[in-house]
Design a protein around this ligand. Structure first.
Ligand SMILES: [Zn+2]
Length: 131
């Protein structure tokens, strides 16, 4: 189980693990306890390469979205089991697209946005989005 496989003792605000093997329930990102996150390029590398996008774009997108989540939740990463509402089901090219269909991720890998709804939610938490 990922919870036990990744280091728990690290000198940073967030621990980010990156792998190429499938992770639980075939998600491409999971939040773990103790401010740890894991990303998997399993299937994602092929999806991204097929669109001729750099693989790094997924990492950057995840870093943006998880950094804001961390700050939004008062400098902590909410547990996967917590009832969070930062991701939306529909695909808008936003860094908070849920991407229930993995291949939809390509829409938020090239010049991703923070959509109006997410901007409003972040503003309520005192973030100022500069476009
Ligand atoms: Zn959004």
């Amino acid at each position: 189980m990922l919870e036990n496989e990744l280091p728990n003792d690290f000198n940073a605000d967030i621990f980010i693990g990156i792998t190429y093997v499938p992770i639980e329930d075939n998600y491409y990102a999971r939040r773990l306890s103790n401010n740890r996150v894991v990303f998997s390029y399993f299937e994602m590398a092929e999806i991204i390469s097929n669109k001729n996008l750099p693989l790094e774009n997924l990492l950057l997108r995840m870093l943006y979205s998880y950094s804001l989540i961390y700050m939004r939740y008062g400098n902590r990463m909410p547990l996967q089991s917590e009832n969070t509402n930062f991701a939306h089901d529909d695909t808008r090219g936003c860094i908070y697209d849920m991407n229930g269909i993995k291949s939809d991720v390509v829409y938020s890998l090239d010049k991703p946005i923070i959509c109006d709804e997410c901007t409003t939610k972040l503003s309520e938490k005192k973030f100022r989005i500069i476009r």
